[in-house]
Ligand binder design. Structure first.
Ligand code: CTP
Length: 413
């Protein structure tokens, strides 16, 4: 899985010589899995043709705030909402000055004001311009507002001088954008995720399974890792690449998943049970391939252990998050499962009729005791990041409550 999978990056290009590097940056961002839309200032189009960026990004390039056709296709507010991150590379001294003053006199500056997404700027200019107190003050102001600064690098400049003000190289920019997406919110926290289907063998060549692709669980594992957690992923058979820096434990059956999850759970802070575990298995699988007979075949199935419920019933359970795949009565069924399995949170989604399993997109209704949140249809990578945000908030709240209770008990004792 790539580092920027399904991340929507709005790349702003302003008018400087280094604008040519944005073409390569667009390619690199897409190579890392991002979806890229480009917005250029009028000056930028003097340095590099919008058509080049259109071809490389695979999307129309936006240049004009008052372009009726472009606004009809995707208006500036929609673009601002669409973005998971806004990256301005190169950012000229003039653009930085406009940004620091909150001007909205072209499409790009308007978008920067209108977006709630993180803003990253990669300055590129002559060293005197960079070192000028006016620019330095503008940069300091932007950083104080939470804008991330990428570079600039020092070295030979287009004007023939040497010094700070060079745009970072495209791959350096891509890596800096990847690291800017990482947080430390779950530093020191261990997260266990179960994912994918299980296979319950009937004989050596046949098994019962389901349509789970494992994508949601893998995306949750990655989002937790990006948030700084130490992540273990217990995975049924899937055709997905292991997420970077995540320990993957491969299993096949519900029984194996049960053993691996329960072995890891006591040392886990947060458990997310996204696996589509078979509820039934054949018990004794035939040792040899079963031969076809004239009569119908009756399969007797026994229940598998409910892994999630067992983890939630541990003496010192982790913060436990279940999933509920429902074809009907989503709210009621999910809330029932939250209670009956004694969970901290449940993420419910509709399945069947082309929804849920084996799809790129999904929508979730997240419930916990005393609250809920709806996550609208989005790629599973994005949903997973949003879900992990909710888990972090609830996990922190629960930890604080527990600390409080321990303190009260200590005082009483
Ligand atoms: N789960 C589990 N072990 C099982 C079955 C399910 O850990 N043997 C977990 C799943 O990972 C999921 C949650 O339980 O987080 C809900 O699974 P689901 O199949 O939707 O619900 P069930 O409780 O099995 O109920 P039903 O099939 O009747 O909807």
């Amino acid at each position: 899985m790539q580092s920027l999978s399904d991340k929507r990056i709005l790349l702003g290009i302003t008018g400087g010589i280094a604008a040519y590097k944005s073409a390569e940056l667009t390619r690199r961002l897409r190579d890392h899995g991002a979806e890229v839309r480009v917005v250029m200032t009028p000056a930028a189009t003097e340095f590099i043709a919008p058509l080049t960026l259109q071809a490389l990004s695979g999307n129309p390039v936006h240049t004009d705030l008052l372009d009726h056709e472009a606004e009809a296709a995707m208006g500036h507010i929609e673009l601002a909402r669409w973005a998971d991150a806004v990256v301005v590379a190169p950012a000229t001294a003039n653009f930085i000055a406009r940004l620091s003053n909150g001007l909205a006199d072209d499409l790009l500056s308007t978008l920067c004001l209108a977006t709630a997404a993180p803003l990253l700027i990669a300055p590129a200019m002559n060293r005197q311009m960079w070192q000028n107190p006016a620019t330095q003050e503008n940069i300091a102001r932007l950083q104080a507002r939470g804008v991330t600064l990428l570079g600039p690098a020092s070295g030979a400049q287009a004007c023939g001088e040497m010094g700070p003000g060079r745009l970072l190289e495209p791959e350096e920019l891509a890596q800096a954008i990847i690291s800017a997406g990482r947080t430390n919110q779950l530093a020191g926290v261990s997260v266990l995720v179960s994912a994918g289907p299980t296979r319950e063998f009937i004989d050596p060549v046949r098994y019962l399974s389901n349509r789970s692709s494992g994508r949601m669980g893998y995306a949750v594992a990655r989002a937790a890792e990006e948030a700084g957690a130490a992540v273990t992923l217990v995975s049924g058979p899937v055709s997905l690449a292991a997420p970077a820096r995540v320990k993957v434990v491969e299993v096949v059956s519900a029984g194996q998943m049960h053993d691996e999850v329960l072995a890891a759970a006591p040392a886990t802070d947060i458990f997310v049970s996204s696996a589509a575990v078979a509820d039934y298995r054949t018990g004794n699988a035939a040792g040899q391939k079963m031969k076809k007979k004239d009569a119908d075949l009756l399969l007797r199935l026994e229940k598998t252990p409910d892994i999630l419920a067992e983890v939630a019933a541990l003496d010192r359970p982790p913060f436990t998050v279940g999933f509920a795949a429902e074809t009907e009565n989503l709210h009621d069924n999910a809330k029932k499962k939250l209670k009956s399995k004694n969970l901290d949170m449940i993420a419910a989604n509709r399945v069947g009729n082309g929804l849920g399993f084996d799809r790129e997109e999904n929508a979730l209704e997240v419930f916990w005791t005393g609250g809920s949140e709806s996550l609208a249809t989005a790629p599973k990578e994005k949903l997973a990041r949003q879900l992990v945000e909710i888990i972090i908030a609830r996990y922190r709240e629960k930890s604080l409550e527990q600390q409080h209770r321990t303190r009260v008990k200590d005082v009483q004792d």
